[in-house]
Structure formats: structure tokens, C-alpha cells
Design a protein around this ligand. Structure first.
Ligand SMILES: Cc1ncc(COP(=O)(O)O)c(C=O)c1O
Length: 417
């Protein structure tokens, strides 16, 4: 069996065992080169027309990673006041931030208006609220094009079974509200879903969206959303998302639109999150107990569902490597095991019945492809502090980019009598 972390030189000049000892486990470790390479790829998807990729920071909002996105020339999108504050702190100017909320209170819209941040409105009521707060202003509307895509029903964000966007048949109602408040709908945006390796559903959604775009006459931007997938089964050589082929097919669809509107070419946009950061992050966790329970073998680690929620939430697959004395175990006996965490929930499982090298107490488990929706979805469930985050820099050395939470920190908001 191969080792991705060793073959790719993921830990640079560092040794994973020493990182675990120095910073403790569970520990998120990121590789700067890997993240920057992915960011460069999304930035260059469309070269023929004005184009900007927005880094969707919900995938990973560590300040060091946001600064990389800024340096790589990406814009960024935010879902909340907190995310807008972080982007401003990272140095993004307001005109490189896109606020894409849903169901938000007036003060969230007001925050974006006060900071001149372009905002997408996700329903007719939110558009009306925005109009009443910012008459004469510019904004985007999120359209639900009726087509969705993604790896799990919980991440399909368009189509007939999601809460997102405004249906196409409500376009006239959009124009009515815009007229009432003198709003300029200068952008339309969509996001059909997350983690597809076959771009076909996305491209179909692009084609459909360009048809819908014809109904709007003030468009300065058309934003197609994100969702490009990554190979979570990389140890079995799963193919990567083919950016080159995608780029050609995407450009061809834009050609058709531009041919019809040669004098009014908008800035085309996308919103990738996962693709930028997923493969550039792993989790190191320690094995604390191994046991048999009614015929199944359980490997008990400190990587609970509070550290990585995806397997519990979506039944997501993450490749796992076993590290012993700082080296990947790639040979020897193997067996089928359940790898679990230390949280009091039976759903606290990293994998079920997975064939792995025989694991001993004290080994490290390395969870691959944990850079997206990993730390950003972590919690302090069971009063466990969130992990630290370390970056393997371009120089190949480790830099702490987020401290491990302390008990004092997680209890700091408790009010005592
Ligand atoms: C509106 C919007 N844009 C972009 C994204 C990023 O998706 P991904 O990380 O799959 O690229 C999401 C993910 O949920 C989203 O909701």
C-alpha cells in the first residue's frame, strides 16, 4: 500500500511524530505549497474572458489561509458577519468580498451595506429588506436554477429539494421589488452543490444559468458557484477533477453567451472552497485504545466527531494512514477495523469495517483530505477544546497558525451565580 503523505512530501522537513509530540493531538496540519497550487488552478480556469474565482472561506477560515487566497489573486465569499470580519482582517478590500447569506437578520445586511460589500439576496423577502435598507443600491440575487449536484443530499444546494435561492419563475417578482426600491440587480449567483468529480451537472447548470441571465439587463457579474471535487479515494488512485478539460468546456459555454452579448461582457465568477484546501490538510491523531466488541475491532483515537464532523454528518470517506515512529506503515498484516473517536456518541466513527494495517496503541492515525470542512465545522462537544492548526510553510518547516483551545477559553462565556 502506498503512503500519500510520504510520496507527496506532505510534512516537508518535519516528522509527523515530532509534530504530534510538540503540538499535541489531535492536530490539523496544512501544506502551503499544496494549497497555493490548488488556488492557482482555480484562479486560471477561465483565461479568455474577465474571470474571478472567489475562495469560499467556509471550507477553511484560518487567517493564514485567507491571506494565501488574497495573495493568489482570489476574491472571497462570506456567509456571515463573522466571515466578513475575518476577510477584512486578512486584508481583503470590500470590493473583493461577496456576501452570500441566507435567512439573515437586518443587522447582517446592514453590516455589508455599511462596508460596501456586494450582497446576494436569497429570497424575495430578503431582497425587499435589503431594498428598504439600501434604496438605489446594487445587489445580486441567488437563483435556484432547479438543478442540483453533489456527493450527499445535505450538500446539494439547488434543485427542487433545497432551501436555497429564488425560483426562476419569480424573476418578475424580483424586478418588481427592484423597481420599488430602485435597486440595481447587477449580479446573479447560483451554487448547485458540492464535491462532484464529473463536471457535467455543473456545466449543465452553467448553460441553464446563462439562459436565465438573458432576462437581466444590468448584469456586471455572473457567478456560477463552486463545488469542484477532490479525490477522497486517492490511495486507490481515484482520478482528480480534470481542470484542463473543465476549463475548455466551461469556456465554450461562455463563448456562446459572449457571442450574443459582445458589447456587454460581465465578469464571470465562481466560488470554490473545498478544491482549494481539502487536499492540503490532514489530521494527526493518537491511538489510545484498541478493543474487540462483539466481533468487531475498534481503534479508539482522539479524532472525535468534534474534530472532524464529515464522516458522521455525511458518511464521508477519508483515506487513513497509520504512522508508527514517524513513518507510514505500508507493509505487513492488515485487518478490518472500525476507527472511532472519544466522543460519547455511537455515530462517532471515522470509518466502518476498513481494511488497514494492524494498529497498536500509541500509533498515529493520519486522516487525509481534511483541509476543507474540517476545522471549520469542528466543535467543543463533550467540552473538548478544538485542536491546534499547523502550517508546513514553503520552506518545509512547521508554523503554528492556530493555538489549541484551552478549557479556560471554552468555559469563558459561562455566567456563574
Ligand atoms: C453559496 C456557496 N458557494 C460556494 C460554496 C463552496 O462549495 P465547495 O466548497 O464545494 O466548492 C458553498 C458550499 O456550501 C456555498 O454554499
Amino acid at each position: 500500500m502506498k503512503s500519500y503523505v510520504e510520496e507527496s512530501g506532505f510534512f516537508g522537513k518535519e516528522n509527523p511524530e515530532e509534530l504530534a509530540e510538540k503540538y499535541g493531538t489531535p492536530l490539523y496540519v496544512y501544506n502551503e505549497d499544496n494549497i497555493r497550487q490548488h488556488m492557482k488552478k482555480v484562479a486560471g480556469v477561465i483565461n479568455k474572458y474577465p474571470y474571478r474565482a472567489n475562495y469560499s472561506m467556509k471550507a477553511n477560515s484560518n487567517l493564514s489561509i485567507l491571506k494565501m487566497a488574497l495573495e493568489e489573486g482570489l476574491n472571497a465569499d462570506a456567509m456571515s458577519i463573522g466571515e466578513m470580519i475575518l476577510l477584512l482582517k486578512a486584508g481583503f478590500p470590500a470590493d473583493r468580498i461577496f456576501f452570500v447569506p441566507n435567512n439573515v437578520a437586518q443587522e447582517e445586511l446592514q453590516f455589508a451595506i455599511n462596508h460596501n460589500i456586494m450582497t446576494s439576496l436569497d429570497s424575495l423577502e430578503q431582497l425587499e429588506l435589503f431594498g428598504s435598507l439600501n434604496p438605489g443600491g446594487k445587489c445580486s440575487v441567488r437563483i435556484n436554477p432547479g438543478i442540483g449536484a453533489g456527493h450527499h443530499e445535505k450538500v446539494i444546494t439547488a434543485g427542487k429539494k433545497t432551501k436555497f435561492g429564488i425560483e426562476e419563475h419569480d424573476v418578475d417578482a424580483i424586478f418588481e421589488i427592484a423597481r420599488e426600491y430602485d435597486l440595481h440587480i447587477v449580479e446573479i449567483n447560483q451554487h448547485v452543490g458540492s464535491q462532484y468529480l464529473d463536471p457535467q451537472p455543473f456545466l449543465e447548470a452553467v448553460e441553464n444559468f446563462l439562459r436565465i441571465a438573458e432576462k437581466f439587463d444590468e448584469l456586471e457579474y455572473i457567478d456560477f458557484g463552486g463545488g469542484y471535487g477532490i479525490p477522497y479515494h486517492k490511495l486507490e488512485d481515484e482520478a482528480e477533477f480534470d481542470m484542463e478539460d473543465f476549463s475548455k468546456r466551461f469556456t465554450a459555454l461562455l463563448d456562446a453567451y459572449v457571442e450574443k452579448h459582445p458589447d456587454n461582457i460581465p465578469l464571470f465568477k465562481s466560488e470554490p472552497g473545498r478544491y482549494c484546501v481539502a487536499e492540503g490538510g490532514v489530521i494527526l491523531g493518537r491511538v489510545h485504545a484498541v478493543k474487540q466488541n462483539y466481533g468487531n475491532k475498534y481503534i479508539g483515537t482522539d479524532i472525535g466527531m468534534n474534530v472532524l464532523a464529515r464522516p458522521t454528518l455525511y458518511d464521508s470517506w477519508h483515506d487513513l494512514e497509520v504512522l508508527r515512529d514517524g513513518k507510514a506503515v505500508t507493509e505487513g498484516e492488515r485487518e478490518n477495523v472500525y476507527v472511532t473517536g472519544n466522543i460519547c456518541e455511537s455515530g462517532d466513527l471515522l470509518c466502518k469495517d476498513r481494511n488497514l494495517p494492524v494498529i497498536k496503541r500509541g500509533d498515529l492515525i493520519c486522516v487525509l483530505d481534511a483541509g476543507a470542512y474540517g476545522f471549520s465545522m469542528s466543535s467543543s462537544h463533550n467540552s473538548r477544546p478544538r485542536p491546534a492548526e499547523v502550517l508546513i510553510t514553503k520552506e518545509g518547516t512547521a508554523k503554528l497558525i492556530r493555538k489549541r483551545e484551552t478549557y479556560e477559553y471554552i468555559f469563558s462565556n459561562l455566567v456563574e451565580d
